[in-house]
Design a protein around this ligand. Structure first.
Ligand SMILES: [Zn+2]
Length: 307
């Protein structure tokens, strides 16, 4: 049993400034912890390809995609919002991050590996159909899910999102797409202040108050996510794997631990084993305390391996 890990050196070159929490060292922290854990021997490594315009335009407005290409700076930095900046390497990194999702889907659909973790940045789940925001440019997990529907003919893809922030972009993109079930937990009220009032039979949002700890997360997942996932019977599960709900994370106020990430990933894997031939493609989203991020991501990978 192996897991595929997809990354690319280009993802380290996107840099939004020395004090920005979404920094290149996040990827190295995960890689270092993976080596320290000994799990690295179970990993097959893959390079992330560049996403194509066709793959991006399945989920993004073509004019928006063109705009991102047009404004990408040749030198210096360009702020799309106060938190979301492009340097000369950002466009390539964003294309690699979205391309990793496509490659991950192709890998699990071919059966080469059952599970994939994409150790890529920039993250994606705040990027809407026609709007960059919250450190995100292209919605990586959405690009992957749309690829599974369009290129592999799947009819039911579940996206689960345990990042501390609501995946407003993913919801925006798949609001009218019943072939995608979107299950999300997030701190509320909190950035981006969306999701709490959503009413949809294929969007399962679970807002959690500041201070929520792991035991309460387990109850919420058992009460809301798991019945929806079992009813939906996904043929593929994609994960927006943000680790910023960790108790040590500086950006938010939930109190999860790496053991909670192991637990929730195990539950996701069981559903995948039952309905989806074990197919899981996980995309890194948030997680800003480097030590906690490394430990949490490796716990997640450990559970995907089924150890
Ligand atoms: Zn987040």
């Amino acid at each position: 049993m192996h897991i595929g890990i997809i990354t690319h050196h280009d993802c380290l070159l996107h840099d939004m400034g020395a004090h920005h929490p979404e920094r290149p060292q996040r990827l190295s922290a995960i890689e270092d912890q993976l080596i320290a854990s000994g799990l690295n021997v179970m990993v097959w490594h893959y390079d992330a390809p560049l996403a194509t315009r066709e793959q991006l335009e399945r989920v993004h407005d073509p004019d928006y995609v063109q705009q991102i290409f047009d404004v990408a700076p040749q030198e210096g930095a360009l702020a799309l919002d106060p938190d979301t900046l492009m340097n000369p390497h950002t466009l390539t990194a964003a294309l690699r991050a979205a391309g990793a999702a496509v490659k991950g889907v192709d890998l699990v659909m071919s059966g080469e590996v059952h599970c994939v973790f994409c150790n890529v940045r920039p993250p994606g789940h705040h990027a809407e159909h026609a709007q960059a925001m919250g450190f995100c440019f292209f919605n990586n997990v959405a690009v992957g899910a749309a690829h599974a529907l369009a290129a592999h003919g799947l009819e039911r893809v579940a996206i689960v999102d345990f990042d501390v922030h609501h995946g407003n972009g993913t919801e925006d993109i798949f609001r009218n797409e019943p072939r995608v079930l979107f299950c999300s937990t997030f701190q509320h009220p909190f950035y981006p202040y969306s999701g709490a009032d959503t009413s949809s039979d294929h969007i399962v949002n679970v807002p959690l108050p500041a201070g929520t700890h792991g035991k309460q997360l387990h109850k919420a997942v058992e009460k809301y996510w798991l019945p929806a996932l079992h009813a939906f019977k996904p043929q593929l599960i994609m994960v927006s794997a943000g680790f910023d709900a960790h108790t040590e994370d500086p950006l938010a106020e939930l109190a999860f631990s790496e053991q909670d990430y192991y637990w929730i990933t195990g539950k996701i894997k069981l559903v995948a084993d039952e309905y989806a031939h074990g197919r899981v493609v996980s995309m890194l989203e948030g997680g800003y305390e480097l030590h906690a991020l490394g430990r949490s991501a490796v716990s997640h990978i450990d559970a995907l391996l089924g150890w």
